[in-house]
Write a protein that binds this ligand. Structure first.
Ligand SMILES: Cc1cc2nc3c(=O)[nH]c(=O)nc-3n(C[C@H](O)[C@H](O)[C@H](O)COP(=O)(O)OP(=O)(O)OC[C@H]3O[C@@H](n4cnc5c(N)ncnc54)[C@H](O)[C@@H]3O)c2cc1C
Length: 378
């Protein structure tokens, strides 16, 4: 591998790109990761990074297999990265409460549709336990829960991680094993016949045999390069970080689609928004107001917090909400790895693992048929 050629080039140093480089490097395959901004400077650096919450436990089919594998890898990576880079990625177990505000929500929380069966296998695999708490029991776990909550689903064994540290540590560990992180913007692929011969980085050709599009919500921009449509529906999310008086919120408290939890840095993260705003990543007053009015129902005393930081980034959701993971049909040597959407932090390591397997062995331990990047072609 020299400055202008490589065996594998990965476009994008978000979690998926950085982890793919790491797992390839562990198999002795060196790669160049090209990132136009900074490592982890979009969703992978600003995600809430809850892993294995109540919603995810209800996942079915192949996504469930990928998520389960992702959860196993997160636990392993936390230890491996500390050893290899000295970075503590703050992977920790912290329980979660999902509040119910009326009997209908309580019924759904006690026995959500399609959840029971999956929950059993999820619990077996991940060591989770979930139970219903009435209002008094909920208040014993978190006394600040709002007066309207009638109870909560309480899950022990759920985890979270520091998304930015994780992405950075993976890039560092990959570099230590021979990967190269290169700053630049990819503007096109170089093809020869039906195969990849390289790509253009800021107008300069970088030769390679294989290229992985891990461009998150921007992956749609690779459609023309690949000759197939990659249909993404970018889904913007804003989060507020508050400094709260009083003790930390030790569980993740969710109600509706909104959460609050104190992170190891002492700040309480609340959010998110779900906005169809294209590729816009700006923070807005409307986003801030929407989050605060939603989370105050869950925990009214959040109103006493000082706003320290407001962030916005984009979930890489595909048009049919499935992963886009595998070979790009019709172009030998081209691969796509995106579509994690709102669960991309949890699934990211498994997506990267499968991508590395595919590149190294031309086969994967979980079938990727459902995630075929060619499926958007009409
Ligand atoms: C508010 C919010 C909260 C979230 N919370 C959770 C959560 O609790 N749990 C969970 O599992 N997931 C969560 N997610 C989702 C998760 O963060 C994402 O799915 C995941 O980080 C996506 O990683 P990625 O590597 O695919 O994309 P990204 O992190 O977007 O990385 C893609 C990279 O590609 C680069 N790039 C793009 N085009 C080019 C180009 N032409 N040349 C070079 N580089 C390029 C970009 O600069 C970027 O760095 C959340 C997301 C948001 C927005």
């Amino acid at each position: 591998m020299t400055g202008d050629n490589a065996e594998v080039v990965i476009i994008g140093a978000g979690l998926v790109g950085a982890t793919t480089a790491y797992f390839l490097a562990r198999q002795g395959i060196k790669s160049v990761v090209v990132e136009r901004d900074a490592i982890g400077s979009h969703a992978s650096g600003f995600s809430y990074a809850a892993l294995g919450t109540y919603d995810e436990a209800g996942m079915t089919g192949t996504h469930f297999d990928v998520a389960s594998h992702g959860m196993r890898l997160h636990a392993e990576l936390a230890d491996a990265l500390l050893e290899e880079t000295g970075v503590n990625v703050e992977f920790r177990k912290r329980p979660s409460l999902v509040l119910a505000f009326d009997e209908e929500e309580a019924d759904a929380a006690r026995n959500p549709q399609g959840f029971d069966l999956d929950r059993r296998s999820w619990e077996d695999k991940q060591g989770y336990s979930m139970r219903w708490l009435d209002r008094d029991e909920t208040l014993r776990i978190e006394p600040r829960v709002g007066p309207e909550a009638v109870g909560a689903a309480y899950t022990e064994g759920t985890t979270d991680v520091n998304a930015y540290r994780l992405t950075l540590a993976l890039a560092m560990a990959a570099e230590k094993r021979g990967a190269v992180m290169r700053q630049g913007s990819v503007t096109g692929l170089v093809r020869e016949g039906g195969r990849v011969r390289g790509l253009l980085v800021d107008g300069t050709e970088l030769s390679c045999d294989k290229v992985v599009v891990a461009m998150g919500p921007w992956s749609q921009g690779a459609s023309d390069w690949l000759g197939i449509p990659i249909q993404m529906q970018p889904w913007k999310g804003q989060i507020l970080r508050l400094r709260l008086p009083g003790p930390p919120i030790r569980t993740s408290v969710a109600g509706g689609d909104h959460f609050a939890s104190t992170k190891p840095d002492g700040l309480t993260w609340v959010g998110p928004t779900f906005e169809d705003a294209g590729l816009d990543e700006s923070i807005t007053d409307e986003g801030r107001n929407e989050i605060m009015s939603a989370v105050l129902r869950n925990i009214p005393s959040l109103a006493e917090g000082d706003l320290v930081l407001q962030t916005a980034c984009i979930r890489p959701l595909s048009a049919d909400r499935k992963l886009v993971l595998g070979k790009a049909p019709g172009l030998e040597g081209a691969y796509v790895a995106t579509g994690g959407g709102r669960l991309g932090l949890m699934m990211g390591p498994a997506m990267a693992w499968l991508m590395a397997e595919l590149i190294a062995n031309d086969t994967t331990s979980i079938s990727l048929a459902e995630f075929d990047p060619g499926r958007f072609t009409v």
